[in-house]
Each structure stands twice: as structure tokens, then as C-alpha cells.
Design a protein around this ligand. Structure first.
Ligand SMILES: [Zn+2]
Length: 135
């Protein structure tokens, strides 16, 4: 997808969010609904581990060799996730992720922020900082 296409999709998404958001249009509703959607997304990921079992978590301390340089550090850092989401869990995660995006778009609209611009700025920042981004 070309960047211009991504901008079009984001602009269309933001416009549609603005069109359909009627009931919870107050910024207070949007902020709390966004937080609620993020919690449901985390719950969907946790349920994939604890109820379904299609993915599992095996976590321990990250071990980066002291002589590893910053550029190769990512080779040693683990996600602690084993396995892959099954179709059902993927559908649930994607639905909840969509809700997060919906309320993120709503918040952007209420604050007069264009998501395509935010994405461009963040991409530029990531490319400029590279491995020094460290998050
Ligand atoms: Zn599953």
C-alpha cells in the first residue's frame, strides 16, 4: 500500500467515525470508552492464553549479552509469547482492536487531530531514531 493510499484510508476512517459517533460524543465518553476498549483488548489477549490456550506466555528476565551492540539487541529480546492465535481468538482480538481504533479516531476528531499526520510524524520519528527509539 502506498502512503497516499494509507492516508486515504485513515481519512475515510476518521470521517466515518465522525459520522456514526452520536451517542458517546462527549470527550469524557470517548476517553472512558477508549480506556474500556483497551481493557477489553487486553482481556481478549489474556483469554487466548488462559481460556483457549492457543498461545502461551513463558516469561523471564530479558538477557542481552553485555557485549551486544544496540543494533543487534533485538535479536536477544523475547516477546514471551509462544504459539499463534487460533481463528476464534484472532477474530476477537481484531474486533477489540477495531474498537480501540474507533475510539482513537473519535478522540482525534474531537481534538482536531488528523491520524494520517500523526502516523507520518511517528514514522519519521521512528526512522530518524532507529534503534535509539528504545521503547
Ligand atoms: Zn484461541
Amino acid at each position: 500500500m502506498e502512503p497516499e493510499d494509507a492516508h486515504s484510508v485513515l481519512d475515510a476512517f476518521q470521517g466515518t467515525v465522525d459520522d456514526v459517533l452520536i451517542r458517546h460524543r462527549s470527550i469524557l465518553d470517548v476517553l472512558t470508552k477508549l480506556h474500556e476498549a483497551q481493557a477489553r483488548l487486553a482481556r481478549a489477549a489474556a483469554t487466548a492464553v488462559t481460556v483457549c490456550g492457543c498461545i502461551s506466555v513463558h516469561a523471564d528476565r530479558q538477557r542481552i549479552p553485555p557485549d551486544a551492540d544496540l543494533a543487534s539487541a533485538h535479536l536477544y529480546v523475547r516477546s514471551h509469547v509462544d504459539g499463534n492465535l487460533c481463528d476464534r481468538c484472532r477474530e476477537t482480538v481484531e474486533t477489540e482492536m477495531g474498537e480501540v481504533l474507533f475510539y482513537q479516531g473519535a478522540l482525534a476528531n474531537l481534538l482536531g487531530v488528523r491520524l494520517a499526520d500523526v502516523l507520518d510524524q511517528e514514522l519519521d520519528r521512528l526512522r530518524m531514531l532507529g534503534v535509539f527509539h528504545l521503547s
